[in-house]
Ligand binder design. Sequence first.
Ligand code: HEM
Length: 500
Amino acid sequence: MSQQYYTLAEGCPFASSSTAVLLRNKTGGGLGLLQDTQLIETLAHFSRERIPERVVHAKAVGAYGEFEAVADCSDITSASFLNTAGKKTPLLLRVSTVGPEAGSADTSRDVHGWAMKLYTDEGNLDWVFNNTPVFFIRDPIKFPSMNRSHKRNPQTHLPDVNMFWDFHVGNPEGIHQLLHLFSDRGTPHSIRNINSYSGHTYKFTKEDSSFKYVKIHIKTQQGVKNLTREEATRIAGENPDYYIQDMFEAIERKDYPIWNVYVQIMDPSEAETYRWNIFDMTKVWPHKDFPLRQIGKLTLNRNPQNYFTDIEQAAFSPSTMVPGFAASADPVLQARLFAYPDAARYRLGVNYQQLPTNAAKVPIYCPFERDGKMRFDDNYGGDPNYVNSSLKPTKFYPEVKNVNPNSISLHTEHEKWAGEVSAYTSHITDDDFVQPAELWKVFGRQPGQQDRLVDNLASSIKGVKSSKLRGDVYALFGRVNRDLGAMVQKATEDAIKQSA
Ligand code: HEM
């Protein structure tokens, strides 16, 4: 590299990077020529430097690190990265806000996405989680409307609290996550101070084709710390990239953040009779029913070398799973299994899995997927472009690993309980308000938290123009707890009177 000199992308050197090729006149002007390849290539590349930002989760902090299994977990999963205490697996983490654009302020009140790629020795495993244990919806078809209502008004191009609250009044199953979002947890102190949760139920599977249902919890060793609304607003103006800077500097000074990773474990037979629908991600499994068991810890210890190639080009998907880990019949999860690879094909191109940040660290043999734009490996050379050819016999995982083929087929008798194909729309019942009411009580144990929640809610709802819609929002919170509804109403209407 000591010999490195400036070239164009094809390696051809130039004596200067600032010399244009012109048909010059005597007054100091000049007409450009097509043969000025240096100028044309530089400008043409510049216009194409941006790729589409993610339609959601555009603004993020990213870093590399490692996952360490704290125990042999082979009693609950055959996942190789969990089969030996102390086994380490490299990882990439990208933590984002959901609604705001790539240039927005880190401390905007929002749910925070937690996308983690574990480069395991049996392929990649992506955990695409949030920092809240529940989600706004349980019917996947509502996902685009939910996000649009959280984004900009199509006419004014301004964030619109009328649409936001209109969506939530019409879809009250999101009340549980609304309470999280408008509590202090909606404005974390830093990414080092948040927890994250699978939200969905997943499966831990074993070679004997048995499985357990699990929910995953990732808890910060730095402690959960949050900002108040006022602090978050001030920082948004002073340093919109506050979280990115905080993480980068912590890793540079070797103050590596650490999280413990736990699972709640449920036997399929328990799922069949449990009080809560385990495929409804607006619900948690209370810890008193299913305590946490630690499976690992993770440490972030390396900053990206280049934000674009390491973080922006990263693509995560809940469908990226290794043997020992599987999806459940949660309808939102089922939709996500399709949506993420589809988004990546659009955003990054059909061969996005080959980008260095996405590439698995194990040999890949997928000769069904050939060619396409920007294929940059050997494209499986002369191998047939199908599998199981007698010209080039293909080996499969069960024979190489000497395990039962059923161990990676996930259909068991219990699936009959999970359901038959049918149209599905969920309905709101009083049950949807039971866990939010518990959460309101939990907030009551932290001094000031209930008041700050009410104040944060009022600061948003006061922007709703229609008094009818405001009344519906108070009624929504009143269904959680009558005092909460009354407090939100009073705080909001007082704030409106004061600003009138
Ligand atoms: C029907 C439900 C959902 C759909 C259709 C959906 C779709 C998407 C799409 C299209 C992206 C952008 C991906 C890209 O451009 O690379 C995304 C990002 C993301 N989603 Fe979802 N999502 C859903 C629900 C959820 C839930 C329930 C969670 C958390 C439990 C979640 C967490 C994330 C995270 C963390 C990212 C950012 C990924 C990254 O860093 O690249 N999403 N989602």
